[in-house]
Each structure stands twice: as structure tokens, then as C-alpha cells.
Design a protein around this ligand. Structure first.
Ligand SMILES: [Zn+2]
Length: 127
């Protein structure tokens, strides 16, 4: 299902969207990639030389993906709290959801860039 050549393979395995043989983020753990050097510039692929920041400001678009992921996390936590804790009040829900979003934000940042570049770059086995 998520075999090499699919966008899901690139996103889930943190590999370059074009060649799918070198890493996109330097490390697989999102929490260790928070402080990437060069103001978050990921440079280019070591195998196919694809420049990850296709144009100036390309990563601003990843904010839309990040927003969608954050809203999804918010909805999942809110539904879980509503289903399993009937008597929880709104203030506690807001606190739990806010803390959860802060904790999960490096994962959202990690995935949003991977998803965003996979929207524009397709797998090419010849590269
Ligand atoms: Zn590549």
C-alpha cells in the first residue's frame, strides 16, 4: 500500500519526494529537528540534488497543511474528551487541548513540510 513511488511512502519514511532514497529532514525524530540550522532551510537532496525550497517563501504554504493537521488533532482530542469524560468543563478541555497541541507541534511541523512538498514534487525513478 505504501510502497516506494507513492507520496505516502515519502511522507511516512521522511524521504525526498523525487528520488525517495535520501532523507528529507536530517533526522527521523521530529523533536530533534526543531533546531535545523540555516533558519529551517533543509538544503537539497543528497541523491538527486532537488532543492527542497523550490522558490522563495515556498514553506509558507506548509502553514496551511500545518493548520489542517492542528485542527484534526484538536477535533480528535476534543471528541475523545467529550466521549470519555462526560463531566469535564470547558476550561479543562481548553487547557488539555492547548497543552496537547504544544506537545505535538514539532510533529505537525515535520509532517506539514513533507506533505506540502509532496503536493508539488512527484516520484521520478530516473533521478
Ligand atoms: Zn532526491
Amino acid at each position: 500500500m505504501f510502497t516506494k513511488g507513492t507520496k505516502a511512502y515519502s511522507i511516512l519514511n521522511n524521504v525526498c519526494p523525487r528520488c525517495q532514497s535520501s532523507k528529507f529532514w536530517p533526522r527521523n525524530n521530529p523533536y530533534t529537528n526543531i533546531f535545523v540550522k540555516n533558519n529551517g532551510d533543509l538544503g537539497s537532496c543528497k541523491s538527486c540534488n532537488l532543492k527542497f525550497e523550490i522558490e522563495l517563501g515556498f514553506w509558507y504554504g506548509a502553514m496551511y497543511v500545518s493548520y489542517a493537521l492542528s485542527v484534526s488533532v484538536f477535533l480528535i482530542i476534543w471528541l475523545a474528551l467529550s466521549l470519555f469524560f462526560n463531566s469535564i468543563n470547558v476550561i479543562n478541555e481548553i487547557i488539555i487541548i492547548s497543552i496537547s497541541l504544544i506537545i505535538i507541534s514539532p510533529v505537525v511541523y515535520f509532517l506539514s513540510r513533507l506533505i506540502w512538498i509532496n503536493i508539488f514534487i512527484s516520484f521520478n525513478s530516473k533521478e
